[in-house]
Design a binder for this molecule. Structure first.
Ligand code: 13P
Length: 254
């Protein structure tokens, strides 16, 4: 089954609203020729989401948030609900990024709650999973990923699976310049797909878009996405400039 390549930019805690506006304006133009050939999204900070939605309206670049709270509203100082994101026109939401697991106490259980909340509000989760260097060196990669997947997908209806993207991001490759080799990443992506097939079924696993993330750049995008089970990327550093992100997306589908 042919899966559409999906590249998303995770801007993390970068760009003021004015800077985000300028980058969105540039991407709207530079990515327009690729309309229909690839799914593209940018995920700015909460303070720039409305601006990004406004600038990118009618373009082929979608907008995602970087986090979501599971409650509909209430006494959760500093958090943002799914209804708030949906109302302003956000389509995707990154959930369970390793930086949130590492610095903000995110667990498989809270990841699952956020997944449920996103889906209930008609938002499309980009679920991040990945092992640390210590876990890889200790031969625990598959066990860690299996646990993260089982946790994240607990009680997620089969009927919602076509709304979900998985981003495999080996923690040791994020922002380090160390990319997993295409072969190494492919082996892990194939394992992730197999795990989804076991939890759901082969058809759902075959349709699941699985992105790679971790030091993906214009130079290595093509070799990574050429792998059978790598369907795109979740991009940090290289997504912060219009020229590098455009080159990366272009190369990924070349
Ligand atoms: P880098 O592309 O900067 O390594 O970041 C990857 C990432 O964490 C995307 O979510």
């Amino acid at each position: 089954m042919a899966r559409k390549v999906f590249i998303a930019g995770n801007w993390k805690m970068n760009k003021t609203a004015a800077e985000a506006k300028a980058l969105c304006e540039a991407l709207k133009e530079s990515l327009a020729p690729l309309a229909g050939k690839v799914e593209v999204a940018v995920c700015p900070t909460f303070t720039s989401l409305a601006t990004a939605v406004e600038v990118l309206k009618g373009s082929n670049v979608k907008v995602g948030a970087q986090n979501i709270h599971w409650a509909e509203n209430g006494a959760f100082t500093g958090e943002i609900s799914g209804a708030m994101l949906k109302e302003i026109g956000v389509e995707y939401v990154i959930i369970g990024h390793s930086e949130r697991r590492q610095y903000f106490g995110e667990t498989d259980e809270t990841v699952n709650k956020r997944m449920q909340a996103a889906l209930a509000n008609g938002l499309k989760p980009i679920l991040c999973i990945g092992e640390t260097l210590e876990e890889r060196e200790g031969n625990k990669t598959e066990a860690v990923l299996e646990q993260q997947i089982k946790g994240a997908f607990a009680d997620i209806c089969e009927c919602k699976m076509d709304q979900i993207t998985i981003a495999y991001e080996p923690v040791w490759a994020i922002g380090t310049g160390k990319t997993a080799t295409p072969e190494m990443a492919e082996e892990t992506h194939a394992f992730i797909r197999k795990t989804i097939a076991a939890l759901y079924n082969q058809e759902i696993a075959d349709a699941m878009v699985i992105q790679y993330g971790g030091s993906m750049k214009p130079e290595n995008a093509q070799a990574l996405v050429a792998q059978a089970d790598i369907d795109g990327g979740l991009i940090g550093g290289a997504a912060l400039k219009a020229d590098s992100f455009t080159a990366l997306v272009t190369n990924a589908i070349a």
